[in-house]
Design a protein around this ligand. Sequence first.
Ligand SMILES: [Zn+2]
Length: 84
Amino acid sequence: MNTVHGLLVMRLADMRVVHPQQITSRCNLCNELVGIYPSGQRIMAAHPDVELICERCHNPRDVDVHYAAPGALEERAESVPKKT
Ligand SMILES: [Zn+2]
């Protein structure tokens, strides 16, 4: 098993809602644009070496995603529909 300290994030293209304070970065594996909610940004601040893994690249068999994002549930209520 290839253990990666990863933060599971969502591809921007796959997000139906966005968070007003989210930032954009790229998946470490596929280089697609991903959105990072404030909870994920806090994990990145605490663990600067964390790898961003998008939900499509995330495979529980070969990537062990360690950091579930605390506070992610409240953020769902703060999110707004994505403008297309
Ligand atoms: Zn990816």
